[in-house]
Design a protein around this ligand. Structure first.
Ligand SMILES: *[C@@H]1O[C@H](CO)[C@@H](O)[C@H](O)[C@H]1NC(C)=O
Ligand SMILES: *[C@@H]1O[C@H](CO)[C@@H](O)[C@H](O)[C@H]1NC(C)=O
Ligand SMILES: *[C@@H]1O[C@H](CO)[C@@H](O)[C@H](O)[C@H]1NC(C)=O
Ligand SMILES: *[C@@H]1O[C@H](CO)[C@@H](O)[C@H](O)[C@H]1NC(C)=O
Ligand SMILES: *[C@@H]1O[C@H](CO)[C@@H](O)[C@H](O)[C@H]1NC(C)=O
Ligand SMILES: *[C@@H]1O[C@H](CO)[C@@H](O)[C@H](O)[C@H]1NC(C)=O
Ligand SMILES: *[C@@H]1O[C@H](CO)[C@@H](O)[C@H](O)[C@H]1NC(C)=O
Ligand SMILES: *[C@@H]1O[C@H](CO)[C@@H](O)[C@H](O)[C@H]1NC(C)=O
Ligand SMILES: *[C@@H]1O[C@H](CO)[C@@H](O)[C@H](O)[C@H]1NC(C)=O
Ligand SMILES: *[C@@H]1O[C@H](CO)[C@@H](O)[C@H](O)[C@H]1NC(C)=O
Ligand SMILES: *[C@@H]1O[C@H](CO)[C@@H](O)[C@H](O)[C@H]1NC(C)=O
Ligand SMILES: *[C@@H]1O[C@H](CO)[C@@H](O)[C@H](O)[C@H]1NC(C)=O
Length: 634
């Protein structure tokens, strides 16, 4: 059905060429998912910020207008009051089919829309919120600059009260600058590149997460930091816009109903504590959450938390991660969050949660969110479903060299200003996400990318993360240049694992039994599929043969997977292995090593076999841990 209607539309679009780039329609991506044509023009209708919800809000997602710009100089003469060239779907990446643009090299862009707020909001502040804009956003309201933000993965709020008219149209204009890896830029960008090749993919530019306005009182809550532990102790900081210590009241409700089980009065802008007696603890097997409401003057917000404690301890002679005081084997996938139709933006919540459901049904208790940060609804879904998260900091340009046209090769490392910006964004990552019960571990560096080798900055950054968030573990360097920082001794080895084992093949991350033995990446075995499940871009297809290993049939792939999982099991039984990360959740562009193909239509694993293999890992750790526990809590 869809296929024929697409065929029918093509000549029509060609015929009306003059109009076709002004009116929104989904472009045809190199590969679709089941959700590509389900998105429509009111994407992401959900309230975007589940841990700080206000009742008076308005979603600004939908059809906006867009125009490419030539350079940073465009901001000298913003196109106020003009109709920009194209319609575009917000949120989306300009490089994605869902945007309706699907163009590359979008370094400078203008976006515009109109919004109206009711006069009933006029006695309050009008807050304009962006989930994420990659990479820099300059925000104008009714011809005046109202705000600026740098950093492609972080939410930000612009107080637009002074520029807003009530009960009439307000013009919102946004200038976006996204250099990715052009020129000498060294910025946090993860796997995005302007030159996609095998493990580096199509970039995302523009407003790629939800935009919304809300009404809040003059002094309002800007952020909530909530930690609730296995002893029922709640530690909360209510940050306010004025920063003036003011009374706040916190209520926690019984899980699944509106019966208050604890109320506590405290003061904003510094931490305070209270306790809840015998809460049901949060864990992957039983992900109990509790709703909360916070009253701060006339600002009343809803949130939620889960009671659990992450720590480490020596259990029967082996250093282990502990959840609620018990050792556990953390087993997950490398989860990159790329989509053939949306690139960085999942087509919708259902699609995003589908990946998580597949992981959960195979028995994984964790995923490693790989050098990308997702929207808040993703973290909420992990909180609700019981999936632990290892959250990576989005990496700077990888250390791998680029070969220039004149055949010289060049490696990019951050200069002091770029390193300071990386550090600032690492702080944002931790501060914006530290209230999610599912997040257990922060990763600072992946495989040495952007990691300065002189002076070992990972030690200072580890101390910084621990000071911002003393409740979690830090995996300072996952793969490659391990100088002893952080809680993990984390090796990457393909295809077979070398986890917490007294043998290794990379001198840069040797066995270290004083920290948690962990396999941050392994697996990566591939299986090619027919063209209808491949990212149909010849340059990507040409790189499939760079996969570590290609297995001809799914039977052979499952056989190999079983062998690799068995090696990990043996290392858990014999040595100090406490968890692993299988590469990867899905295929991405020219990589064909996912549990799912890139379109999510083929699931490669023999589900019975994988469930058994994963259960065996959990059982092996439990058995070794059961003999005696000697606590050495964090
Ligand atoms: C839109 O159309 C104009 C004129 O036809 C063309 O110059 C421009 O490149 C098109 N833009 C896109 C994004 O297709
Ligand atoms: C996609 O749609 C097909 C056909 O309706 C269905 O069989 C399949 O289960 C769907 N896959 C996903 C991932 O939803
Ligand atoms: C931007 O403006 C400056 C100063 O006006 C000028 O020197 C520069 O060439 C302009 N750059 C571009 C790309 O137009
Ligand atoms: C905003 O509203 C004005 C007037 O109502 C209209 O001309 C313009 O096209 C609108 N802009 C967008 C981006 O919708
Ligand atoms: C709004 O304008 C008032 C009066 O000029 C000023 O005090 C206040 O700081 C402004 N608020 C913002 C968010 O710009
Ligand atoms: C409460 O949390 C803050 C960080 O948000 C931390 O500095 C402080 O030590 C914690 N207090 C307790 C008692 O855990
Ligand atoms: C929290 O409240 C919402 C409604 O506001 C409800 O749908 C949800 O089930 C509640 N969650 C818990 C864990 O009680
Ligand atoms: C907490 O504060 C609220 C108002 O913010 C007040 O009604 C209530 O009595 C206070 N409770 C206690 C125990 O002080
Ligand atoms: C190659 O090109 C780069 C960038 O233009 C330049 O910095 C470098 O000096 C060139 N190397 C040689 C050997 O010409
Ligand atoms: C991989 O495929 C490309 C294009 O098909 C080819 O040029 C290249 O030689 C192949 N590389 C290997 C290692 O087989
Ligand atoms: C899946 O693996 C199990 C063994 O774990 C085996 O009995 C079964 O035949 C396999 N199924 C398929 C379809 O290969
Ligand atoms: C540890 O416990 C397992 C079973 O729980 C047992 O088989 C094993 O012998 C014990 N090892 C030691 C060193 O006590």
């Amino acid at each position: 059905m869809r296929f024929t209607s697409q065929l029918f539309l093509l000549p029509l679009a060609a015929f009306t060429a003059a109009q076709s780039n002004t009116t929104y329609s989904v472009k045809t991506p190199p590969l679709t998912t089941n959700w590509t044509y389900e998105v429509g023009t009111n994407p992401w209708p959900e309230y975007p910020r589940p841990q700080l919800q206000r009742s008076q809000w308005q979603n600004l997602n939908g059809i906006w207008r867009y125009e490419n710009a030539a350079s940073l100089n465009a901001t000298e003469d913003p196109p106020f009051g003009q109709t920009l060239e194209n319609e575009v779907l917000v949120p989306s990446c300009l490089e994605s089919a869902l945007s309706g643009i699907m163009e590359t090299d979008r370094l400078y862009s203008w976006f515009s829309t109109n919004f109206t707020v009711p006069s009933s909001w006029s006695s309050n502040q009008v807050l304009l919120n962006f989930g994420a804009v990659d990479y820099e956003a300059t925000v104008y309201i009714n011809g005046q600059q109202a705000g600026f933000n740098r950093g492609g993965y972080y939410k930000f709020t612009v107080d637009v009260t002074n520029y807003t008219k009530f009960d009439e149209d307000n013009e919102l204009l946004v200038f976006v600058h996204d250099p990715t890896d052009s020129g000498d830029y060294v910025i946090p960008m993860g796997k995005q590149t302007l030159r996609p090749s095998h493990i580096f993919y199509t970039p995302c530019s523009g407003i790629w997460q939800s935009v919304w306005v809300e009404s809040a009182p003059a002094d309002f809550i800007t952020q909530l930091d909530v930690d609730a532990n296995m002893d029922g102790q709640v530690n909360i900081t209510v940050h306010s816009s004025s920063g003036t210590p003011t009374p706040v009241s916190v209520t926690i409700y019984e899980s699944g109903c509106e019966e208050a089980i604890a109320t506590h009065n405290g003061t904003s802008d510094s931490p305070f504590q209270f306790s809840v007696s015998s809460p049901s603890l949060w864990s992957p097997d039983s992900p109990t959450l509790y709703n909360m409401s916070i009253t701060f003057g006339s600002d009343v917000v809803r949130s939620y938390t889960g009671f659990r404690t992450i720590s480490k301890g020596t259990v029967n002679g082996v250093v282990r991660p502990l959840l609620n005081g018990q050792p556990l084997f953390m087993f997950g996938t490398l989860d990159q969050g790329f989509w053939p139709d949306g690139i960085y933006t999942p087509p919708n919540r259902e699609a995003m949660v589908y990946d998580l459901e597949v992981l959960k049904s195979l028995g994984f208790n964790m995923l490693r969110k790989h050098i990308k940060v997702e929207n808040d609804l993703f973290y909420q879904a992990c909180d609700q479903m019981g999936l632990l998260l290892i959250q990576d900091m989005p990496a700077l340009r990888p250390l791998q060299s680029y070969t220039l046209a004149n055949c010289t090769s060049i490696t990019y490392l951050p200069d002091p200003d770029q390193q300071a910006e990386f550090t600032r964004q690492l702080e944002l990552l931790v501060n914006q996400h530290k209230s999610h019960p599912s997040i257990a571990v922060w990763i600072i560096y992946n495989e040495g990318w952007g990691q300065i080798i002189q002076g070992y900055p990972e030690f200072g950054l580890t101390a910084l993360v621990k000071s911002l968030d003393p409740t979690r573990l830090v995996d300072s360097t996952t793969g490659w240049y391990d100088h002893g920082a952080g809680d993990f001794s984390d090796n990457h080895h393909y295809a077979n694992p070398q986890c917490g084992s007294p043998f290794y093949s990379t001198a840069s991350s040797p066995y270290d039994p004083t920290r948690i033995g962990f396999q941050g990446e392994f697996g990566g075995i591939g299986n090619n599929v027919s063209i209808e499940h491949l990212w149909n871009v010849q340059e990507a297809i040409n790189t499939i043969n760079q996969t570590y290993e290609i297995d001809q049939t799914l039977d052979a792939w499952s056989y190999r997977a079983h062998k690799l999982l068995t090696e990990l099991l043996e290392q858990t039984e014999m040595y100090a292995c406490s968890g692993g990360v299988w590469t990867q959740t899905t295929d991405v562009e020219g990589e064909v090593n996912g549990l799912l193909t890139y379109d999510r239509r083929v699931l490669r694993p023999n589900v019975t076999q994988w469930r058994d293999d994963i259960e065996a890992l959990y059982a092996a750790l439990k058995s070794r841990a059961s003999n005696e526990t000697s606590g050495m809590m964090l």
